[in-house]
Design a protein around this ligand. Structure first.
Ligand code: UDP
Ligand code: MG
Length: 311
């Protein structure tokens, strides 16, 4: 396993108050390494002084590079921007809020040396995560693994090690609405897992609001599977058959002479059918909008500025 240079990629959105601490923690770990390294901070259109902090570090240390995206493109795209600019034989991605402890990095590298091309992480016992987030995240993984043909490691995070080959494979995927965890699982190769204890956020607050989590979940499912469309077909079939049976029942009533009643049944039918139709058309709409986004083929992100040492 080749390892002459290590790249560390950190997506940052409003992490002004975390950069210094994260850098110090990272430095403690990588200073002990005897191979070359680079640390790439991607400022994902932060509204605070995140990029200033990155620049400060970059002028002090040549191995620190900063890329500032032209606006907030989201965590997954910021990750991608960092990966595209990395030059190491081994690339490690981690969050900018110290929830992914740099102390685990040597363990990841150890696993890589054992022969794994990708080393994912699984968080255990994290006091940092709210009960609600744990539950929704568990539900999400159950759901996505049921619906999708690609298995996604539960409780995984975008804290992982990837070899140069696998990063190149990952970058060859040009999809717009990206669900990194799913895509990494999709590319295959030999994947290992390391467990770690997540820290609470060092400072600042999570930018993964419920809305963003919901979006990520929908994205994860629709980008990895077309089963929801199949389910729509089954739902449609079930309702069609039930409708037919009910029609026969009503016709029977008509011929035996009962035909004015029916307020309750009509209302129930209208409500259920209306609901199902809306649901199914929005599922289709979700896929159509994905097609729309892909066909526009816009660049995945734009860079506003970067430090001089970016390769
Ligand atoms: N992040 C980003 N762009 C965004 C939102 C988040 O680059 O639009 C980064 C953020 O700075 C952090 C990582 O993605 O390094 C994870 O975000 P966060 O800590 O807010 O999420 P959580 O850990 O709560 O899931
Ligand atoms: Mg976090």
């Amino acid at each position: 396993m080749k390892l002459s240079k290590l790249s560390i990629v950190v997506p940052c959105y409003n992490e002004e108050s975390n950069i210094e601490e994260l850098f110090n923690e990272l430095k403690k770990v990588i200073d002990s390494f005897d191979y070359a390294y680079e640390v790439i901070f991607v400022d994902d259109g932060s509204k605070d002084g995140t990029y200033k902090e990155i620049e400060k570090k970059s002028t002090q240390y040549d191995f620190v590079q900063g890329i500032s995206l032209s606006r907030n493109f989201g965590h997954q795209i910021a990750l991608l921007a960092g990966l595209e600019n990395s030059t190491g034989d081994v690339i490690i991605t981690l969050d900018g809020d110290l929830q992914h402890p740099p102390q685990v990095i040597p363990e990841l590298i150890q696993k890589y040396k054992e022969g794994y091309d990708i080393v994912n992480t699984r968080r255990i016992d994290d006091a940092s995560t709210s009960f609600f987030k744990k539950k929704t995240s568990k539900l999400f993984y159950i759901f996505i693994n049921k619906l999708s043909d690609t298995k996604v490691e539960p409780f995984g995070a975008d804290f992982r090690l990837m070899s140069r080959e696998t990063v190149d494979a990952f970058l060859s995927i040009k999809e717009h609405d990206r669900f990194t965890r799913g895509l990494v699982s999709w590319i295959g190769f030999d994947q290992g897992v390391v467990e770690y204890k997540a820290n609470p956020r060092f400072s600042g607050k999570s930018s993964y609001t419920f809305k963003k989590m919901f979006k990520l979940a929908i994205n994860g499912i629709t980008s990895m599977s077309s089963k929801p469309l199949r389910i729509s077909l089954y739902l449609g079939l079930i309702f069609f058959i039930t409708g037919l049976v009910y029609a026969i029942f009503i016709l029977y009533n008509y011929f035996v002479g009962v035909n004015v009643e029916g307020w309750t049944s009509i209302l129930i039918t209208i409500l259920i059918l209306g609901g199902i139709q809306l649901l199914i058309s929005s599922i289709i709409g979700e896929y159509v909008s994905r097609i729309f986004n892909e066909t526009k083929a816009r660049p995945l992100y734009l860079v506003k500025k970067q430090t001089d040492n970016v390769s």
